[in-house]
Design a protein. Structure first.
Length: 69
């Protein structure tokens, strides 16, 4: 795969990643994982979701500026 194709795929991959982490968080809530494991699990997964959202935002930002083709 060419480098430009990999770069162009970055934003959709980041979007799917964020959706996956949100689904994981929702599943943890529904199945009681947060209740069983407590605050550390909530903090870890919340941090992961925030990082994924920030990476997606950066991807959109750089694509809008032409850095990601």
């Amino acid at each position: 795969m060419a480098k430009s194709a990999v770069i162009a795929a970055a934003v959709p991959v980041l979007a799917v990643s964020l959706l996956g982490y949100i689904a994981l968080c929702f599943g943890d809530i529904v199945h009681g994982v947060f209740a069983a494991l407590g605050t550390p699990q909530v903090v870890i997964l919340t941090t992961v979701v925030v990082i994924a959202a920030a990476l997606l935002w950066l991807g959109y930002h750089f694509r809008a500026r032409g850095a990601l083709v």
